[in-house]
Design a protein around this ligand. Sequence first.
Ligand SMILES: *Cc1c(COP(=O)(O)O)cnc(C)c1O
Length: 411
Amino acid sequence: MATVNDNYLKLKAGYLFPEIARRVTAFTEANPDAPVIKLGIGDVTEPLPQACRDAMIAAVNDMGDRDSFKGYGPEQGYLWLREAIAANDFKARGCDIDASEIFVSDGAKCDSGNILDIFGHDNTIAVTDPVYPVYVDTNVMAGNTGDADDSGKYGGLTYIPISADNDFMAAIPDTKVDLIYLCFPNNPTGATATKEQLQAWVDYARANGSIIFFDAAYEAFITDDSIPHSIFEIEGARDCAIEFRSFSKNAGFTGTRCAFTVVPKGLMGKAADGSDVELWKLWNRRQCTKFNGVSYVVQRGAEAVYSEAGQAQIKELIAFYLENAAIVREQLTAAGMEVFGGVNAPYVWVKAPAGLTSWDFFDKLLHNCNVVGTPGSGFGAAGEGYFRISAFNSRENVVEAMKRITDKFSV
Ligand SMILES: *Cc1c(COP(=O)(O)O)cnc(C)c1O
């Protein structure tokens, strides 16, 4: 019989979202009339911007005409999209990033997992705790970890706690790690990193020959002008960082699929024979071999995000979600709870009322208020005692959910 990748067997079975679904189903089966409001999973709810739809419809029509029909596109993405990205997301912010360093893909989730293809298995790896589970699970699948312990931590990974105790600042490790995953604005805590904090990480990475994987999927939610949107706003980052970006959260592309990864030319890793190897070359080779690009239609939709109309429409979308987040912050604070995040991010990170674990709080909110959120402990051991409320929902649902909590859950 064919053998399997045993690393998959190390993955913790009780994954967060299935367990939430199980509890919600059990509740709704017992209470079929309960008007449950879900503020849990991090998916957008509002429709695609008009500018993106118009561009995609025009692109579909291009495909219907022999003269403008497109077959396989470049594996790295069409140059017009890569140039729009380089100009608007990087050069406009003073970042020295060229279109050739941008690789268009069908998701930041896949890229943040696939990137491990070009790295060795002997690297030491650091993640924050709590963390976006993809970073951890893809390392488990790749065989970069040991088994999980009772708290769900995998052997061989360095976990950097982020909580109210350290103002959600990831402390620089006092040992050397080769690969570091940072996500700011952060999912799940909604925390951001200042220029000074990111500079300290870049300085550490350069001193230790480490690579930072910087996930900036939520950069569009930054409202505070002093907070960097890209790691490449930090001096020296070209020598130590790869950045993941996505159209999922800024333009509602979660179901449309388009993202990109930035790999600076000249960024190096080490080969077994001790020689330096350019990571750009390996990633380019990886994409050309295993990926055939994002559809022409979708890339035209993504390009429209950078049009004048597109920019105005995504600003409105983001402002809408941030207003939801502000309502959540206000109302939960009024209910006596301690809240974090939700100002430069679509997530509000709530301290569970005294004495309640994350799952206790989940059950109470579900049963007393018929509101579903995400237990912080599902994102890592240091998330215990916290709870994530997502701002991705209709205004009506957010207002109603918060009313139920303030009415029935005052602490
Ligand atoms: C939503 C999200 C992404 C985006 O992933 P896509 O595959 O591009 O939809 C990336 N990173 C984090 C932390 C996210 O929450």
